[in-house]
Design a protein around this ligand. Structure first.
Ligand SMILES: Cc1cc2nc3c(=O)[nH]c(=O)nc-3n(C[C@H](O)[C@H](O)[C@H](O)COP(=O)(O)O)c2cc1C
Length: 205
C-alpha cells in the first residue's frame, strides 16, 4: 500500500473481529515502529505485545479500579462521563492484540556538562521522549493499516500505568507511555472529518 493511502485510510478502530493477528505481523509492525526517529537516536523504547485474553482482562480491571478512585460529584453527568471514559479506556481488552509502548530515560548530551537534572532538561527540550513515542505510535498505526488491520492509540489506560507495567513485567527502567490496540475491524471503516488544509497551513516566505 502506498504511504499516502495508508495515511488517508487510517482512523481509530475500537471494535474488532475475533481473528487473531499473526505473531509475524506483530513483529513486523514493531520492527517498523523501531525505525522511527528518536532523540539522539537513543531509541529509548520497548514494546510488549499482549494477546493473552486473561492478561488483557486483568489489565482492564486495573484500569477500571483506578477510574473508580477518581473523585466524582456523583451527578448523572459525572456518571455518564465516567462510564464513557471507562469504555474508551478499557475496550482494548477485546482487541486481538495490544502493543504496550514503554520508554526509558534517554541520555542527554547536556546532562554531562551542566548542572541540570534529566527531568529539567527534558522539560526544557519539550519532552523529546514523549515526542519520540509519538513517532513510534504513528509508525505502528500506519503499518497496521498497511497490513490490513485497524488500530487505536490509547492513553486513557495509563491512569493505571504502574499496575499495568507490573502485569506485563516491565523492567523498572521503563515507564509506560501508551497502548495501541490492533485487529481486524468489525465495523465499516469511516474516516473522521478533519480540518481543511487552509485552516492548518501557514506559510512564512
Ligand atoms: C495521544 C492520544 C491518545 C489517545 N487515547 C485514546 C484513548 O485512550 N482511548 C481511545 O478510545 N482513543 C484514544 N485516542 C484516539 C483519538 O480519540 C482519535 O485519534 C481521535 O478521535 C481522532 O480520530 P481518528 O484517529 O479516527 O482520526 C488517542 C489519540 C491520541 C493521539
Amino acid at each position: 500500500m502506498e504511504l499516502k493511502q495508508a495515511i488517508e485510510l487510517r482512523t481509530s478502530i475500537r471494535t474488532f473481529t475475533d481473528e487473531k493477528v499473526p505473531v509475524n505481523d506483530l513483529r513486523e509492525i514493531v520492527r517498523r515502529a523501531g525505525l522511527a526517529p528518536s532523540v539522539n537516536n537513543y531509541q529509548p523504547w520497548m514494546f510488549t505485545v499482549v494477546t493473552n485474553t486473561d492478561t488483557l482482562s486483568l489489565m482492564a480491571e486495573k484500569v477500571i479500579k483506578k477510574l473508580k478512585e477518581i473523585p466524582s460529584n456523583n451527578s448523572i453527568a459525572a456518571k455518564n462521563v465516567l462510564s464513557q471514559v471507562e469504555w474508551f479506556a478499557t475496550f482494548f481488552e477485546n482487541a486481538p492484540a495490544v502493543i504496550a509502548i514503554a520508554m526509558e530515560n534517554y541520555e542527554t548530551v547536556l546532562e554531562k556538562g551542566v548542572q541540570l537534572s534529566h527531568d529539567e532538561i527534558n522539560v526544557m527540550r519539550n519532552h523529546p521522549d514523549i515526542q519520540s513515542a509519538g513517532a513510534v505510535v504513528q509508525n505502528i498505526l500506519l503499518s497496521a493499516v498497511d497490513l490490513g488491520y485497524g488500530a487505536c492509540w490509547l492513553s486513557a489506560p495509563m491512569i493505571a500505568k504502574d499496575e499495568l507495567g507490573e502485569i506485563i513485567g516491565l523492567s523498572e527502567k521503563y515507564h509506560l507511555i501508551s497502548f495501541v490496540a490492533i485487529g481486524k475491524s468489525s465495523k465499516e471503516i469511516l474516516q473522521k472529518p478533519k480540518k481543511s488544509i487552509d485552516e492548518i497551513f501557514k506559510l512564512i516566505e
